[in-house]
Ligand binder design. Structure first.
Ligand code: PRX
Length: 638
């Protein structure tokens, strides 16, 4: 017997659950949702149409997600570790927060937020390193019904400012700085630069982490620790949770698309909670007492759903790591697994490929015997990396779950379930119950049968589907629901093998996936074009051994002769300043012109092929305005 009534324990149960979820989705999800704590039950499990689009799960229900993640566990497992935190520097003490302690600290910090004038419905931006206080800040917002917008610590001041302005945040939570490997990352000073453009922000709460000198602006900036002390002297350790509608916003998370600025993906309380907990428990086959380690950053959706909300809603022990896999050496993950006897490890193909490159010396003497389940996420995993992970980390005895999903899906949609449904190298395999994927051709016609490839769409809502893009519902419709009528379009291509397993082949739009991070080509081009010397640019992806995809930029530079090296460095700096270091181009090729059609459209197909090193069959170039530019570009390939 499992401790979770909704945990699937055999292939037969998976088949039955899947069938039921398609035949009677409302009955199916109502049963799962009954395992959670609601102040009021729903009136209607699901109302939806994909034309507006409008999706409402558990309409009329009332809840607070933090009561499900914290309060609900206190009686039974109050002393069990909720969060184990491993610092960047292995010499520093690790921390363990029991459910009781985490509950206490979340309530305490929620009271800090109240004292600083924020309330239900307000937006708060969080820009912090991977310390427990980041999870505490997130949960404290959720407790008060404040909508959090976490921005990854690697984004630049400009990117933060764009996100703060878009959501009109009125408070920012940050820290003086953060540690990553042998580097100290400034955070507060980056926020200071961002806030020059953000009049909506009235308060900044600053946690002490690195003790780097920062400037504190009177009336605006306060120290986390001082505010906590104030709450202590007020003597009220509890903070009642706000009662939220199931469809009230829980958070905004910005993500890149194929056009323009990043969009604020909106998720709501009820469906998100149900689906993240359900998928967590089933995909990883979590059992009470297991130590679960997800190596993502809370700045991304993986961290939201599978470090914080999903595991805590399931009463799990979730391990948070501040540092990077290669510091002090490339054995760090394995040291952590050994130190805390980790049972479930969830990481990204890019990390696996990078560690592969360091050789087996860093794995050899580590005790990985506690591991039961391995997982990957974020990008297609190549077979070589899959086998390396399987043989050297899982020792051939741990199922690997290859989990496919997106910021917009908020939870895992396609994946094998560890030990329950079979894995297959480089295949995400089967949809979770409640998820109805289909493949379509260019015209949107459904491709029936197996051994087929097409564009991946989902034809029925699951509880944590994107509800809107913040402040711009039309953009949500355009991006996800307009390409093919009545379908959610993922932007990914996929193939379905002879027995129905899905293999995700990658994006079919102008979105790059660099080290598992989504970056829009248009966004990088806009940043490059900010450089005064640049006339125009085109950015494409190319296969990169470790990052999966690298960024290749073709740049038309003004003013004739220039020092290519210097100009490249300047452009890279510009991109880092506008977006952040994660979007730095790997290669910059200066060209006299870009291949364009007579109507002025850049022919990216040709640029992509050249970047990939495919110099011969470039396809039809006769429609180009000036076919000669292709030869120049081909000859100058880096
Ligand atoms: O292209 C797919 C790829 O990552 C994209 C989603 O990126 P993001 O919203 O940043 O979320 C990443 C973490 C969930 C998808 O459109 N992707 C994600 N997981 C996989 C994957 N590609 C192949 N296999 C996966 N398991």
């Amino acid at each position: 017997m499992s401790n979770y009534p909704y945990q699937i324990r055999s292939r037969e149960q998976y088949d039955a659950a899947y069938k039921r979820s398609v035949e009677d989705p409302e009955g199916f999800w109502a049963e799962v949702a009954d395992s959670f704590q609601w102040h009021r039950r729903w009136d209607k499990v699901l109302e939806w149409n994909f034309t507006e689009p409008k999706v409402r799960w558990f309409g009329g229900a009332k809840l607070n997600i933090t009561e499900n993640c914290l309060d609900r566990h206190l009686a039974e497992r109050g002393d069990q570790p909720a969060i184990i935190w491993e610092p960047n520097n292995p010499e520093e003490d690790f921390r363990v927060l029991s459910y009781k302690e985490l509950h206490f600290k979340v309530c305490q910090f929620a009271n800090v937020l109240k004292n600083n004038g924020v309330k239900k419905g307000d937006r708060v931006c969080i820009y912090m390193p991977m310390v427990p206080e980041l999870a505490i800040a997130v949960l404290a917002c959720a407790r008060l019904g404040i909508i959090h917008s976490v921005v990854f610590g690697g984004f630049s001041a400009q990117s933060i400012a764009d996100r703060i302005q878009d959501a009109q945040c009125n408070l920012v939570i940050t820290s003086d700085g953060g540690f990553r490997g042998n580097k100290e990352i400034p955070l507060k000073s980056v926020i200071d630069d961002a806030l020059v453009q953000c009049p909506s922000v009235k308060k900044v709460i600053v946690l002490t982490r690195t003790r780097v000198a920062v400037s504190m602006i009177k009336g605006r900036d306060v120290w986390w620790e001082d505010e906590v002390r104030k709450v202590e002297t007020q003597g009220n350790p509890v903070c009642p949770a706000e009662t939220m509608d199931a469809e009230d916003m829980l958070f905004i998370l910005y993500t890149s698309g194929s056009t323009g600025k990043p969009k604020g993906v909106v998720h709501t309380c009820g469906g998100y909670m149900v689906f993240t907990a359900y998928s967590f428990v089933n995909v990883f086959q979590y059992q009470p007492g297991d130590v679960y380690f997800c190596t993502a950053d809370i700045g991304w959706i993986t961290g939201h759903s599978y470090i914080v909300y999903g595991p805590l809603a399931a009463g799990a022990t979730t391990l948070m790591f501040e540092g990077i896999p290669t510091w002090p050496d490339a054995g760090r993950f394995w040291d952590i697994v050994d130190k805390f006897k980790v049972n479930i490890l969830y990481t990204a193909p890019t990390a696996i490929r990078s560690l592969m490159g360091f050789g087996l010396d860093f794995v050899k003497n580590k005790d990985l015997g506690s591991l039961k389940v391995l997982g990957t996420v974020g990008e297609p995993i190549n077979e070589e990396a899959w086998h390396w992970y399987d043989e050297n980390i899982g020792k051939g005895r741990c199922p690997i779950v290859d989990t496919w999903w997106q910021t917009e899906t908020a939870g895992i949609l396609i994946s094998n379930m560890a030990g329950i449904t079979p894995g297959k190298p480089a295949h995400a395999t089967l949809p979770l119950p409640g998820v109805q994927p289909i493949l379509v051709d260019e015209k949107g016609e459904e491709l029936q049968g197996n051994s087929i490839s097409g564009n991946l769409c989902i034809k029925f809502p699951w509880p944590s589907i994107i509800r809107t893009t913040y402040g711009d519902h039309e953009r949500c419709r355009q991006t996800y629901f307009a390409t093919y009528p009545n379908l959610y379009f993922t932007g990914d291509g996929a193939l379905r093998d002879e027995v129905g397993n899905y293999r995700i082949t990658g994006r079919v739009d102008d979105v790059l996936n660099v080290s598992g991070h989504r970056i829009g080509t248009a966004e990088v081009e806009n940043a490059i074009n900010m450089h005064t010397g640049v006339v125009e640019s085109a950015v494409v992806g190319y296969p990169h051994e470790i990052k999966g995809q690298g960024i290749y930029a073709y740049v038309v530079f003004s003013g004739g002769s220039h020092d290519n090296d210097l100009a490249s460095k300047d452009i890279v700096q510009t991109v880092a300043r506008i977006i952040g270091p994660i979007a730095k181009p790997d290669k910059i090729q200066f060209v006299k012109g870009l291949p364009k059609t007579r109507s002025g459209k850049i022919m990216r197909r040709i640029l992509r092929k050249i970047a990939e090193g495919e110099l011969q069959n470039l396809g039809d170039t006769s429609t180009l305005l000036d076919p000669a530019v292709v030869d120049e570009i081909r000859n100058g390939r880096l």
